[in-house]
Write a protein that binds this ligand. Structure first.
Ligand code: HEM
Length: 461
């Protein structure tokens, strides 16, 4: 059983917040970061706290932060290379090239920018700009160390292209939430959906392989913690709408001697690129119904037939449509916790957050192998229809094409379309457990903010 009082609140459930701030901090020396952790520690919200109506704080450390704290060599060596390397150095694996390349990233992740050590995520129940009492502590004491802030705002469950988001949200065992169809792991024998083993999200717990997530040598740092992927993804709505209209215009077929095929609407194309209608209905589902989610793709049902292989939802969660799905699929789930940023008609997009226990097996695999590369789906280099980075091919392959189904079901290979989603920066952080945070920065803080404690002095190996 997991201990909810140890696990930060974003790990086990998404928040219903109206507003989100992600604040990035950098410290000149180890004592500064330790003092920050001492003050921040008591403000963090853990999963045993009632969250409805309250503001929530979660706290993450980057690899640079862990290094600054001086964790022992053995622990550092046991932490995963993807985390220790940071998101910048994963650009090639993630498809962050061209307009998404790290050289184009925004502050605080611009080239030559400050190394970020800690990240505070605040979720507010109201769309207010007044800081919560917890935020006020950071504003007062650490403004100088803050090197960046991203702000997200809920749009009533819609993402900036106008689609209902976060329909799939796999339930983690021990989280206290009930499993609904599609939100967990399909148990073929029992013929039902069940919760995902906690170790897929919480380190030091049993995962879907039956093993313990994380590395035993890093247990002091990792146990009951989770990795969080933070990415700012800009969305070009005009480019998305134009591409849908353009593909729709190519979709009619009037070839002499063959039955004519009617033109698709731009809305049909948009739904095929995402794999759902804007209101969240699965493809093939009648208007007016609540979005269905218990489907799989190979079971011969309507949704499997209607959802193109290149659509975003099929690429990001192929369900039963991969080899050895029963073993493989539960190992590649991610737990999305993000929110839109910006304003319609302006700079807008998604502050993408994903919880996982293995950055490489979960987030990087989904992003690099499923979303950016079509090979595993027999689509060559065709990327995901929605988030795919399309760039001129160097090897003569049409990497910028996209395929959708015509009205008669035949496949239409469309003219190249542009990229709708570009990466503007991001990082991997560890959300440590309550105990790990105490170990990293022992001691207390007097009410006046004076530290009464020592440096951890190598308290964790
Ligand atoms: C700006 C970028 C993105 C947009 C606009 C977007 C939008 C959407 C929408 C509208 C859905 C359908 C709602 C749902 O099933 O919950 C969805 C599902 C999903 N997305 Fe994204 N997404 C984006 C980026 C990503 C990235 C980068 C990943 C992973 C690396 C990802 C992973 C998923 C997953 C796993 C699902 C659930 C699919 C299912 O279970 O059927 N998304 N996304």
């Amino acid at each position: 059983m997991i201990d909810r009082s140890e696990i930060q609140s974003l790990v086990l459930r998404p928040s219903a917040a109206a507003r989100m701030h992600i604040d990035f901090y950098r410290f000149g020396e180890r004592g500064g970061l330790e003092y920050f952790l001492r003050r921040a520690r008591s403000l963090v919200t853990y999963s045993d706290a009632p969250t409805s109506g309250a503001s929530v704080i979660n706290l993450g450390l980057t690899a640079e932060g862990i290094r600054l704290l001086g964790a022992g060599e053995r622990s550092q060596a046991a932490l995963p290379p993807a985390f220790m390397g940071g998101m910048r150095s994963a650009a090639e694996r993630l498809g962050d090239r061209g307009a998404s390349a790290p050289s184009t990233w925004e502050p605080p992740f611009q080239t030559g920018g400050p190394a970020v050590h800690a990240v505070v995520i605040t979720l507010l129940p109201e769309p207010t700009t007044t800081p919560s009492p917890q935020q006020a502590v950071f504003e007062e004491a650490f403004t100088e160390q803050r090197v960046g802030q991203w702000t997200g705002e809920s749009r009533g469950g819609l993402e900036p292209f106008g689609f209902r988001d976060n329909i799939t949200d796999p339930v983690i065992e021990g989280s206290g939430r009930s499993v609904t169809p599609g939100n967990g792991v399909w148990d073929e024998d029992a013929h039902r959906w069940r919760a995902v083993r906690a170790g897929e999200a919480v380190l030091g717990r049993v995962d879907e392989s039956g093993g313990i997530a994380g590395h035993p040598d890093a247990a002091q740092i990792e146990r009951d913690g989770s990795y969080l992927v933070i990415r700012k993804l800009a969305q070009d709505k005009q480019a998305f709408d134009d591409a849908c209209a353009d593909i729709a215009a190519q979709s009619a077929r009037n070839v002499p001697g063959r039955p004519p095929v009617a033109k698709l609407s731009a809305e049909d194309v948009a739904a095929q690129l995402v794999g759902r209608h804007r209101d969240g209905r699965a493809l093939g589902q009648p208007v007016g119904e609540e979005p269905r989610n218990g489907f799989r793709y190979r079971d011969g049902g309507k949704t499997g037939k209607a959802t193109p292989l290149s659509s975003h939802i099929r690429r990001s969660n192929p369900r039963d449509d991969i080899e050895s799905a029963k073993k493989m699929m539960p190992r590649h789930l991610i737990f999305r916790r993000g929110m839109p940023y910006g304003r319609p008609e302006g700079d807008e997009g998604l502050l993408f957050l994903a919880v996982c226990s293995s950055i490489s097996r979960q987030f990087e695999f989904v992003q690099g192998q499923w979303l950016q590369d079509g090979n595993r789906f027999g689509l060559g280099q065709e990327p995901d229809g929605l988030t795919g980075l399309r760039y001129p091919s160097t090897a003569g392959h049409p990497t910028d094409a996209v395929s959708v189904a015509r009205a008669d079901g035949s496949r239409l290979n469309c003219r190249p379309i542009s990229t709708f989603v570009t990466t503007k920066g991001g990082e991997y952080v560890l959300l440590p457990s309550r105990s790990a945070l105490e170990l990293m920065a022992p001691g207390d803080v007097e009410p006046d903010g004076e530290a009464v404690g020592q440096t951890n002095g190598g308290a964790y190996a």
